[in-house]
Design a protein around this ligand. Structure first.
Ligand SMILES: Nc1nc2c(ncn2[C@@H]2O[C@H](COP(=O)(O)OP(=O)(O)O)[C@@H](O)[C@H]2O)c(=O)[nH]1
Ligand SMILES: [Mg+2]
Length: 343
């Protein structure tokens, strides 16, 4: 799982990457590509840490990739380093020239590049299908050849594949193409300090289905350099409850279809990252492969029951709210789990 950061040069990609991951962005040491993990802010997690006061604290993480794409062939660097990304964070410069049309054009410029790239893939494939004898086509070929012409029309209309209303099976059928515009996308407008509402202006003007969030990287970079207590003061002075970068990380996390369950104790409170709709043994496998094989039962407390019982696991058990779940249990976001396994 990985989120690729896309955007024109000087739009603030590396600045945002650094704010989110605390890792120096691409280009700082001459690399074309830098990876970093961003902690996902989660009030529930903070609360669990407060109750357990553990030695180690391990929040959920989202990996981001920052590409330093400059020079004559920036697109090549992007292609090489972001093709494996599961989602795209598209950064728009909204600070240097806060003009809606310029921002929308900047967005379209890269978006059209991705759409064109996908269109070429489809055209090539359809050509190949046309040249192949019907009998030589596999079942998968046939299903692809039925699906692709409609998708070609979507792209020709300038729309990304993620807007084509594809279902899970169709997306699976298309996975080998590594389409760009099929990836879920979060749009982030990097706004000027004195023009925080520009992200909303952009969203209205662009009329996108994709989620759009605003951030002023300049302010948030200053914020990130402060001690936690000073951060709170600084935010309060601006009338902001939470820094925007936290919301961006959370949106990326859910855009990638991920959720977390918790394991708790005095040694460690940890948020484990799993895809939504994961069954208990697979979730156990996120902790250790052996736990999946040797899975017996999961003792589960819901986060809300835990809080209702004043943060006492014993109280949860005493009130009959501790559930013993088996192999078919689908883990819910925020479950607090203790595994029983046999290895
Ligand atoms: N005024 C202003 N400058 C910014 C902001 N975000 C980034 N910059 C500056 O814009 C330049 C390019 O930023 P960078 O993150 O390297 O862009 P990248 O090429 O997309 O990675 C740097 O000099 C940043 O300091 C912002 O919100 N406001
Ligand atoms: Mg950069």
């Amino acid at each position: 799982m990985e989120m690729g950061i896309l955007g024109l040069p000087q739009s603030g990609k590396s600045t945002l990457f650094e704010i989110m991951t605390k890792v120096k962005g691409g280009g700082a040491h001459g690399e074309t590509c830098v990876r970093g993990q961003a902690s996902v802010p989660d009030e529930r997690f903070d609360k669990l840490v407060e109750f357990y006061q553990p030695v180690r604290v391990s929040p959920a993480k989202v990996p981001f990739v920052d590409v330093h794409a400059v020079g004559d062939h920036p697109w090549e660097a992007v292609r090489q380093n972001l093709s494996g990304a599961d989602g795209i964070l598209h950064v728009i410069d909204g600070f240097s020239l806060p003009d809606r049309q310029i921002a929308v054009d900047a967005y379209r410029k890269l978006e059209d590049e991705l759409i064109l790239s996908d269109l070429l893939i489809i055209e090539k494939k359809l050509e190949r299908f046309a040249k192949t004898a019907k009998k030589a086509l596999t079942q998968q070929d046939v299903r692809q050849s039925e699906l692709l012409p409609g998708l070609k029309e979507v792209l020709e209309a300038g729309r990304p594949l993620r807007s084509a209303g594809l279902d899970g099976a169709q997306i699976f059928l298309l996975r080998s193409f590594s389409f760009w515009s099929i990836k879920p996308e979060l749009v982030v407008v990097n706004v000027a300090e004195d023009n925080l509402s520009f992200a909303d202006d952009f969203a209205k003007a662009a009329g996108l289905n994709e989620p759009v969030l605003g951030i002023c990287c300049k302010i948030e970079a200053e914020l990130a350099a402060l001690e936690p207590a000073e951060q709170k003061e600084f935010l309060a002075s601006l009338g902001i409850a939470e820094p925007a970068f936290g919301r961006i990380i959370r949106s990326a996390f859910s855009l990638l279809g991920r959720m977390s369950f918790f394991t708790v104790g005095e040694d460690e409170v940890k948020a484990w990252v799993i895809p939504a709709e994961t069954k208990a043994p697979k979730a156990a496998g996120a902790i250790h492969n052996d736990f999946e094989r040797g899975f017996i039962k999961a003792e589960v407390m819901s986060y809300s029951d835990f809080i209702a019982c004043g943060g006492s696991a014993a109280q949860v058990k005493a009130t009959g709210k501790l559930r013993l779940e088996g192999k078919e249990y689908i883990v819910k976001d925020g479950d607090i789990i203790n595994l029983r396994f046999n290895v």
